[in-house]
Write a protein that binds this ligand. Sequence first.
Ligand code: PHE
Length: 488
Amino acid sequence: MAEEAVLGFLEKNEEISDSSQFASERGIDHQELTNVIKSLYGFRLVDAQDIKRERWVLTEEGRAYAAAGSPEVQVFLAIPPDGISLEELQKKMDPSIFKIGRSQAIKNQWVEMGKQLVMRKVQDVEDKVKDFLIRVEGGEVIDPKEADALKRRKLIAPQTWKGYSVRKGPNYAPKRKKYATDLTRDNLQRGDWKDLEFKEYNFSAKGQPIEGGHLHPLLKVRQQFKMIFLQMGFEEMPTNNFVESSFWNFDALFQPQQHPARDSHDTFFLQVPSTTKTLPEDYVERVKRVHESGGYGSRGYDYVWKREEANKNLLRTHTTAVSSRMLYLLAQEGFAPKRYFSIDRVFRNEAVDRTHLAEFHQIEGLVCDRGLTLGDLIGVFNDFFGRLGMSKLKFKPAYNPYTEPSMEIFGYHEGLNKWVEIGNSGMFRPEMLLPMGLPEDVRVIAWGLSLERPTMILYGIDNIRDLFGHKVDLSLIKKNPICRIGIE
Ligand code: PHE
């Protein structure tokens, strides 16, 4: 109806100069008219120009006085011709009306506050405030001085009103044509397709957001690390067992059985099944011997090694357990130089805080070949971390039971402008490699780092619980950007 009114009016007239007047003359809701104008404007059937108008509207208080009269007049009228005691007057009236009305009435010199009685000073009063309020309410423009006085009493407030003036647009037609959006079977059968006008395609419309799976930031960063390893000729190790025996996790790595990491405070041991079923017996024997009394030029740890301790199942505390299995296998198959990597989950019985969880992902790399040196280890790091965009590295001597020498790796983070610890590394000890059956001149350089740390740095997350676990915000998973490290 509103649409017909607008288009019909413009057929004979130049312009609708004011949408609000147009609406009120025809009993159309102005909001509805505004929507129609916007829609017609969208199709260029009309041209529309904004009209902005400041106008006054009544406040809640103003509306009350427009109905019941101003407080000063209410007070005046409550005083009988021969006066009234202040107390009586007060009793008759609403306290806030009395308070405002009394002071206004005194100011207007309408009343006299005598010692005993409150008296009228004039016979009649005119409620100008009420009259002005009613005029404002009716949309009339009043004298700016009066408006200002009402505004100061907070009885009216300014409001910006928006409307339109409307003229014919370039596509004007007295009636809006309905465009067909689909060509149907019926159109074809009836033959009316010949006369149909089709709606144009909107090629700049946004598509529906695609619903589907989303990769977690850890998976994105993992993929980039994987690509770096693959580019450097590394093979992935099979890490598909979270449960490991103490033997592969610790003993094979020459980690003594009384080492604090082997305590239940640091490691999760399994109750069911609590022990491993099989271990390679001859190799177990050689591991036992190297722990107890050494060999291969080592003195060993000089303690009684217990098989029961080695049999205990646990959640692997590092993927170095996988490396030890792989190196043992390699020795059995006949040694060949190898580059291995893995990226998978490990578990530690740690107090949970903003940077630690009881589980995380470990990135592990190792290179084994004859005659490798510490220089090779540093060279591999320069290559590996250089591909991550970290070309300044520092090393600090460290200790691991299974490596000698051992080094902590620090990298200068150009974004954070500081040195950050990025990993732990070393050359596996002969006490670990020789019982496996690897040739004497084979050296293995290896390193490990967490996947969470670079992911948190890359995605600007400072609490690990926002990255992993049940508190993760799913929209983070949906919206996080792709990861671009390591792509040259
Ligand atoms: N296993 C070590 C850790 O968990 C990492 C490491 C791997 C250190 C290989 C040296 C050699 O921190």
